[in-house]
Structure formats: structure tokens, C-alpha cells
Design a protein around this ligand. Structure first.
Ligand code: CDP
Ligand code: MG
Length: 744
């Protein structure tokens, strides 16, 4: 067959460049080793250069040689073959044979519920099909994801499949990161981001299609989007609404959307052998690790997927696995460990999808993000300990905690299904058949019924939705949760006493963070320290991954961390010190290493800070710095977090002021040994005990200035009764506070 001249050129250039590169490398290497014989090396190098010249002359037409162009065309030819391969893969997906039928159904119906097993190609293909069918001419195609990692990684994949640069035609938008441009037509975004966009564009006019993906996850924001999108569709007949889900409760979605048509994509599934454990396990993490190793040593090739509950647990498992496989040395095949969790840095995300090299085995340690949001090819074995981390909310105390809870049967089925995608699989359940049948719930409770609704209520109020009682929820939230959300927003001065949004509330709604945090930011205007407060807010948004502590250097790492706590300034101000010191070194990576601080987290904080600074400008709050006045900073913090105010008891524990819960300062806090009388805390976590994290000292006198409407005389009296063995001075202060006319 006659080769097309262009292709021939490409392959010729490729060969030449490869040769040239290796020769050049060899040349350099020779020069490096040259210390023993410099003269010889120089001669060799000269020879190499001449060789290259000779090649240039012989292959190219001498003076027409253009190295840049050559590299460029080489790059293009590589990309072209990769693109071809991806096209081929796309055609193999279970959804592909239904392409035309699906497009027809979408054109026939305004709202369509699409059901198909995980991995069938819903998320990556449907938006592309829509684009190919011309929908993007009428507006962007939005694909809504409940998780940031999924939005990012799927967008990256789709941009590859389309052969475009990520952020151009295909982009993603997640909290604190907008990777889109004017060119973007396929936009993968989190549900929370679409909610925020609705604030600026209530009719979604710039979109032609909104695909609410992973609908079965039933996150809070997805549930709200259902209602809003349903409403918008009624007066925006051109907007197509797709609801896609991986599970079979499609009827529920269809009913909610006025009997919308259901489109089923038949899955290809191989049989999965399910093994239950005979007796309950005391330590599921240990059991999971042992099972992984056992599979690795005894089972035929195929990757392993282990479901764990969170980042910390995954990191522990990674450490132990590395340690144990090192012990086995070269006696076993290589085991590649891939962690997957919500805040996974982008560079590690790519690693999950890389094909496993011949002879090795991959073990993916994932949270339930891998249950349906992400499909990893090549998984043959699933290990399911039967737990996940879930938010739980107590509307009475307003406390929200992350708890490790047993999964539902629906989740267990999904997890098992992950092993049978590309061939017969095996699932090892680390719980008994009895607990599966008798102790697990059928379905997971939707988030709306187990979370703090303050953020949601604030968003709805800013969208002009006031009647929350008659709002068209798919599943109603508990009414106590709505009431306590309204109470909190009122206490934060975001709502007035007739329930309307105040100026403070409108400003707060601009920030994509929880109401207490946004109140803290808005309040910093009064104390003239907005600069410090947004830095603290950015650092808090990063979560608990600022400091790291290698096991073998624990003492050094602890010392480095405690340096930022000099003067017992409290955790918030310590975070500020970390950020500012990093900034002073001109964002040095070396400085982070020396201080046992995660560079990645700091960079993320810097990005968040930039965004927050932009939003400050939008709500017309001046950026002011007041670094010397720590009280001003603490008062701003307390202006948002006064509901999290606690008082020390003699046994080192604390009593929360409003709801009289007994809590302890988390050992990682700089104040864990100092134990000030009064503290304000950022969050409550429940592990072996109830711990409060990110703690700052607070002065009782400030209450009158900050929250006279929230704490009443009776609160002071109740805490006096409830707390154990208070210090005399604290009792006196409380009595004085109760007697003082300023509290109601
Ligand atoms: O949404 P659904 O679960 O139906 O499938 P999908 O996410 O569109 O995945 C279709 C295929 O794309 C799977 O075979 C994945 O392995 C692949 N994929 C990938 O290689 N990299 C990604 N970041 C996402 C998907
Ligand atoms: Mg999907």
C-alpha cells in the first residue's frame, strides 16, 4: 500500500528525532563521565555533533531543515494515534450501540431519566453525543457531578477523547477552581457550583442541556437542583434535562419529574462470586490488608479495589501495605498501591487510570467515590469491609459529625459489581451474610435528611425562595433541621426576624463556604482585619492536611508545628502564621519541607485565598490588615463561630455553652495542653470521644459585644448547673454575666 506522503514524513521525522535524541543524550553522558578523560569525551561529543549534522543533511534537504517543525509534527502524529485508540475505546463502551436511540429519546422528551450501570459510558459519552448532535450550538452542555475529583478526572478524560486541551472546549468548574474558558461547550461541574451559578443566572440561559449525573448519590445539592431544574424546565422549553443514575430506583426519579420517560442502557456484566466472612472481624482495616495480600499472593492476575472510609485510613493502609510487601521482597510480584479520595492531588489522580504493567498488580484503596463516580478498568477483586464515612447531624445541638457507619445493601451491591466489569470477578465481603441480610438498610438515607441545612437555606433565600415548607423536595428534610437552620441564620444576623435576607446575609451568600465561616469573613470588616481573616478561612478550607508527621521524625515534626503556636495564640492564628511565613519565603517549597508542611495544601490555600479576596471585592469589603491586634482577629472568628463556644471543666473536658455537650480539645491542637477557660472551636469530630478541632481562646466579656442576642441569662445559669467543678473565677464571671443587664 502506498503510504500517504504526510504519514511517511511523520514516521521519518519520528525515527530521526528518536535517533538524534539518543545520540545527544549519549553525547552528554560521555561528557559527564569525562573527568577521567576529558579530551576523549570532547572528541566523542564532537563526533556525535558531526553525526547529527550528517544525518540532518542526508535525511532532510539540508537547508530546509526545521527542527521545531519536526518536533511539532512528531507530537501531532503521536497525538493522532492516541486519539484513534481512544476513538476505538469509545466505540466499545456499552452505551455506544444505543447512541442513535438515546439521541432520539432526548430529542423527543424534555426530561429524560437515564439508567445504566457504572462504566457504561454515561458520564463521558452522553455530553459528547449531544455535542456531536449539535446541541452545543444552543448553549453549553452541563454535566453535574456530586464530587470534585470525578468532575476533574472525567473532564480530563473527555478532553483527551476529543483531542482538545483541558479548559478549552471541555472544562470543569469546582469550588475554588474554574477551569473553563470562553470556548467551553462541555462543562463538568459539581452540583454546588451549578447552585451558585443559579444565583447569577436563575434561568440557566447559557445552557442547552443540564445532565444531573450520579443522581442516585442524592447529595444535598443534587436534591435541590432536581427541584430547581424541574421548575426552570417548565418555562424554558428549549432546555433539556437529563437525570442519570447507576441504580435501579429510576422510578422514583421518573415519578418526581412528572412521569418522565426512562431510558435504560443494558449493561454488560460478568458473574461476580460473592464471599462473606464466616465470623465478624474486630478490625476491618487489618482484615482488608490481609485479604489484599492474600489475593495478591494466591489469585490469578487482576487488580484489587478496597473500599475504605477516608483519607486517613487510606494513608494508614498504604503505609502498612508498603511495609509488608517490602518484607516479602522479590518473592512476590510488584504491588502498585493507588490511593483515591476526595482531596487527592491532581498529579496522583492520573495514576489511578494508568494501565497496570505486565506482571504487576494494582491495589486501589478508595473511599466510596469508586462505588459509582469513578470507573477504574481492570478491577477483578473487590474487598468490601462494609463501612463508609457519613455525615450525621443532630438538629437539637446543631452539631454535625462524620461517623463511620455500615453501608446499605444497595451500596454493597454496587461495590461488588465493580469487580465484574471486564470479566468474571470476585467480591470479598468482610462482614457476615447474616449482617448483610438482617442488619444493613436497603438504601442509604439521602443527605438532606442527615445534614445541617443552614447553607442550603441561605442559598434558597438568596434565590428568592422563602416558602421552604412547600418546597418541592424529593424527600422532605426533617422540619427540626429547617428550623434550626433558620435559627442559626437568624443568630448570625443573616436573616431578620421576619425571615428575610439581610445585607449581612446577602454578603455571606456570595462566599462558597458554610455560613459560620462566611459570617466570620463578613465580620472582619468591622474589626479591620479582613486580610488576616481570609487567610485563616483559606487555611481552614484546606482541611486537616497542612502539617504532616513522618513516623520516624515525629519529634522534629511536632517541634516544627509547635513553633507556630508560640504564645499559645490558638490554632486559627497559628494557621495564619504558617501562611504568612510561607508567603515571606516567597512561597518556598524548601521552607515547607523544613517545617513539615504539605506544599500541595499550601498551594491550594493560596488559590482559595485569591478567590476569597476576589469575592471580598465583590461584596465591597475593603482588604485591611491588622496583624498586631490578635484580639480583633479572635473577635472576628468568634463573630461567626459563637455558637461553638465552650467552657473548661476541671477534668480537662469542656462543656459547650449553648447545648451543654461534653467535648475535648483534639490532641493535635496547640491548646491541647494549655486548656484555656473559654474557647471557640471550628468543628466537632467524633472518633473515640467528641473532639473539637481548631480551637482559639475566647474572653467571656466578648459575648456581650458579639452575640448578646444568642446567649441569654438563662444560658449562663444552665451552664453553671451543668458543668462539673468549675474554677471559682469562672463561676464568678458567669454569675456576673447573668446578673449583667446586657444579656436578655
Ligand atoms: O458514567 P459511567 O459510569 O456510565 O461511565 P464513564 O464514567 O463514562 O466511563 C466510561 C469509560 O471511560 C470507563 O471504561 C472508564 O474506565 C473510562 N474512564 C477513564 O478511563 N478515565 C476517566 N477519568 C473516566 C472514565
Ligand atoms: Mg458516571
Amino acid at each position: 500500500l502506498e503510504q500517504h506522503p504526510k504519514e511517511r514524513d511523520a514516521s521519518r521525522t519520528q525515527k530521526l528525532t528518536e535517533q538524534k535524541l539518543t545520540t545527544r543524550e549519549e553525547g552528554k553522558a560521555t561528557l559527564k563521565n569525562g573527568s577521567k578523560n576529558k579530551k576523549q569525551a570532547a572528541d566523542d561529543y564532537q563526533f556525535v555533533l558531526e553525526e547529527i549534522d550528517f544525518m540532518k543533511a542526508s535525511v532532510m534537504d539540508g537547508d530546509n531543515f526545521d527542527y521545531e517543525e519536526m518536533e511539532d509534527s512528531l507530537e501531532k502524529s503521536r497525538a493522532k494515534s492516541a486519539l484513534e485508540a481512544l476513538k476505538e475505546e469509545r466505540r466499545k463502551l456499552p452505551i455506544y450501540p444505543y447512541r442513535e436511540e438515546l439521541l432520539q429519546a432526548i430529542s423527543d422528551h424534555q426530561v429524560l431519566v437515564i439508567v445504566g450501570e457504572t462504566g457504561s459510558g454515561k458520564t463521558t459519552q452522553i455530553p459528547q453525543y449531544l455535542h456531536e448532535a449539535g446541541y452545543a450550538k444552543r448553549g453549553m452542555i452541563a454535566c453535574i457531578q456530586p464530587r470534585c475529583v470525578a468532575a476533574m478526572s472525567v473532564a480530563a478524560r473527555v478532553s483527551q477523547e476529543m483531542g482538545v486541551k483541558l479548559g478549552q472546549e471541555v472544562g470543569y468548574s469546582i469550588r475554588f477552581e474554574d477551569c473553563t474558558s470562553e470556548k467551553t461547550i462541555l462543562k463538568y461541574m459539581t452540583d454546588g457550583m451549578l447552585l451558585r451559578e443559579l444565583l447569577g443566572e436563575p434561568d440557566l440561559a447559557s445552557y442547552s442541556v443540564v445532565m444531573v449525573d450520579e443522581a442516585h448519590e442524592r447529595t444535598l445539592s443534587t436534591d435541590i437542583l432536581f427541584a430547581l431544574v424541574k421548575d426552570i424546565a417548565q418555562f424554558h422549553p428549549d432546555l433539556k434535562v437529563l437525570i442519570s443514575s447507576a441504580t435501579l430506583d429510576a422510578e422514583k426519579f421518573s415519578d418526581y419529574f412528572d412521569s418522565a420517560t426512562i431510558f435504560k442502557i443494558p449493561g454488560r456484566r460478568y458473574p461476580v462470586e460473592i464471599n462473606f466472612i464466616k465470623a465478624p472481624q474486630a478490625d476491618y482495616l487489618d482484615a482488608a490488608i490481609a485479604t489484599s495480600l492474600q489475593i495478591h499472593v494466591t489469585q490469578p492476575p487482576g487488580d484489587i479495589l478496597v473500599f475504605l472510609t477516608g483519607q486517613e485510613e487510606i494513608e494508614t493502609a498504604e503505609e502498612i501495605l508498603k511495609h509488608r510487601t517490602r518484607g516479602l521482597g522479590t518473592k512476590i510480584a510488584e504491588l502498585i498501591i493507588c490511593p483515591v479520595y476526595a482531596n487527592l492531588p491532581t498529579d496522583l489522580q492520573a495514576k489511578i487510570f494508568e494501565p497496570t504493567p505486565e506482571g504487576a498488580r494494582k491495589v486501589v484503596l478508595a473511599t466510596n467515590i469508586a462505588e459509582t463516580s469513578l470507573t477504574i478498568d481492570g478491577i477483578k477483586y473487590v474487598i468490601d469491609p462494609g463501612f463508609c464515612e457519613m455525615k450525621s447531624y443532630n438538629p437539637r445541638t446543631g452539631s454535625e459529625t462524620l461517623l463511620v457507619t455500615p453501608i446499605s445493601k444497595a451500596s454493597a451491591l454496587q461495590r461488588a459489581g465493580r469487580s465484574g466489569r471486564t470479566g468474571p470477578g470476585k467480591c470479598f465481603r468482610l462482614y457476615t451474610a447474616y449482617s448483610f441480610h438482617n442488619e444493613m438498610d436497603d438504601n442509604t438515607v439521602p443527605e438532606i435528611q442527615r445534614t445541617n441545612l443552614a447553607n442550603l437555606v441561605l442559598t434558597l433565600k438568596s434565590l428568592g425562595i422563602h416558602d421552604l415548607v412547600h418546597f418541592d423536595f424529593m424527600d422532605n428534610p426533617p422540619s427540626e433541621a429547617i428550623i434550626s437552620a433558620l435559627e442559626l441564620l437568624y443568630a448570625l444576623c443573616a436573616l431578620n426576624n421576619s425571615g428575610q435576607l439581610t445585607k449581612v446575609g446577602r454578603r455571606m451568600a456570595e462566599f462558597p463556604v458554610d455560613p459560620m465561616l462566611s459570617k466570620m469573613i463578613v465580620a472582619s470588616e468591622k474589626y479591620k482585619c479582613s486580610d488576616e481573616i481570609i487567610s485563616i478561612a483559606a487555611m481552614l478550607s484546606v482541611g486537616n492536611s497542612i502539617f504532616y508527621c513522618p513516623k520516624d521524625k515525629q519529634v522534629h515534626a511536632d517541634n516544627a508545628r509547635m513553633n507556630f503556636h508560640t504564645g499559645n495564640v490558638g490554632d486559627h492564628i497559628a494557621l495564619l502564621k504558617v501562611y504568612n511565613s510561607w508567603k515571606e519565603t516567597n512561597y518556598s517549597t524548601q521552607w515547607c519541607y523544613e517545617n513539615y508542611i504539605q506544599v500541595r495544601s499550601m498551594k491550594w490555600a493560596r488559590d482559595v485565598l485569591d478567590q476569597l479576596a476576589g469575592l471580598l471585592e465583590r461584596v465591597e469589603i475593603e482588604l485591611t490588615s491588622n496583624p498586631g491586634n490578635l484580639d480583633a482577629i479572635k473577635k472576628s472568628i468568634a463573630s461567626g463561630f459563637f455558637p461553638h463556644f465552650a467552657l473548661q471543666q476541671k477534668d480537662r473536658s469542656y462543656k459547650t455553652f449553648k447545648h451543654l455537650e461534653t467535648v475535648n480539645i483534639h490532641p493535635s491542637s496547640g491548646l491541647a495542653q494549655v486548656l484555656p477557660s473559654w474557647v471557640v472551636y471550628h468543628e466537632l469530630v467524633f472518633t473515640t470521644k467528641k473532639y473539637v478541632r481548631q480551637v482559639t481562646e475566647f474572653k467571656l466579656e466578648w459575648l456581650k459585644e458579639i452575640a448578646p442576642h444568642y446567649y441569654q441569662r438563662k444560658d449562663a445559669m444552665r451552664v453553671l448547673w451543668a458543668a462539673d467543678q468549675l474554677r471559682l473565677a469562672d463561676v464568678m464571671s458567669l454569675l456576673r454575666l447573668a446578673a449583667d443587664g446586657t444579656l436578655l
